[in-house]
Design a protein around this ligand. Structure first.
Ligand SMILES: Nc1ncnc2c1ncn2[C@@H]1O[C@H](COP(=O)(O)OP(=O)(O)OP(=O)(O)O)[C@@H](O)[C@H]1O
Length: 234
């Protein structure tokens, strides 16, 4: 395995407020990394920092050794980052097709077509390409957000609470798709999760965040009930 993503002493700000503090970790190619912690500790900020969406960050973030600091979000996407934001960020007045095509603008090869993979794994989207995205259910919108991120052709898929607000049977379905993308197609995943069960099932490793800092990092087997109790219960 080789290092895909490297965070070296990263501090990230909204205005003058430090949210992530001296954040360091490495992620290997093919890894599924779960980011855990209570509400408000900085998990979304971690995702936004990777994408260059916070007001300022210091320290170094590298993907395959290439420095991302100072690069605009659309440039970062072309290095192989697909982002599924919390709340999904679907454009309601656009069709399913148009929403997926948005992802292709950040493709390294600039091909303006929906990749076959996006439709193969989400048959509902394939059958409803001309439907207005605002009419989709929560679970279908999440599929659409994942398809749009996959249209980038990512090496890493960043998923912020992918199972939030979704019915249990769809949570299972999305979990299976993420597992396939990771284990069969080799796409690395970083996901924030409130469902410990999903994290344990999908994750190879974890980062526990508290108050903007990494308080534990290791293989998922090391995420003990005691750690969960200490850093996740209110
Ligand atoms: N745009 C913003 N401007 C200023 N402060 C912000 C902004 N977004 C988040 N924060 C603050 O940054 C801190 C971390 O928030 P963040 O959303 O990263 O946490 P989180 O761990 O993802 O929480 P949740 O699980 O509730 O999504 C919080 O104190 C929050 O109030």
């Amino acid at each position: 395995m080789s290092t895909l993503l490297n965070f070296d002493n990263v501090t990230s700000y909204y205005g003058a407020t430090r949210i992530l503090k001296d954040f360091s970790f490495e992620m290997q190619k093919g890894e599924c990394l779960c980011v855990l912690g209570r509400n408000g500790v900085g998990k979304t900020t971690l995702m936004r920092t990777i994408m260059g969406l916070t007001d300022k960050s210091t320290g170094a973030i590298r993907i395959n050794g290439t420095e991302l600091t100072g690069k605009a979000p659309y440039q970062r996407a072309t290095y192989g980052l697909g982002y599924v934001p919390q709340g999904r960020g679907i454009l309601s007045d656009f069709t399913v097709r148009e929403n997926i095509l948005l992802g292709t603008f950040a493709r390294a090869d600039k091909a303006p077509e929906i990749p076959e993979l996006c439709l193969r794994i989400f048959p509902y989207l394939k059958e409803n390409l001309d439907r207005r995205a605002g009419l989709l259910s929560g679970g279908q919108k999440q599929q659409l957000a994942i398809a749009r991120a996959l249209a980038v052709g990512p090496q890493i898929l960043l998923l912020d609470e992918p199972t939030e607000g979704i019915q249990p049977n769809i949570v299972h379905e999305i979990g299976e798709i993420l597992k396939m993308l990771n284990k069969e197609l080799g796409i690395s995943l970083i996901l924030t999760e409130q469902h410990i069960k999903v994290a344990r099932k999908l994750g190879d490793s974890f980062i526990m965040v508290d108050n903007g800092r990494v308080v534990a990092r290791g293989p998922i087997e090391d995420m003990t009930d005691e750690l969960v109790e200490r850093h996740m219960t209110i």
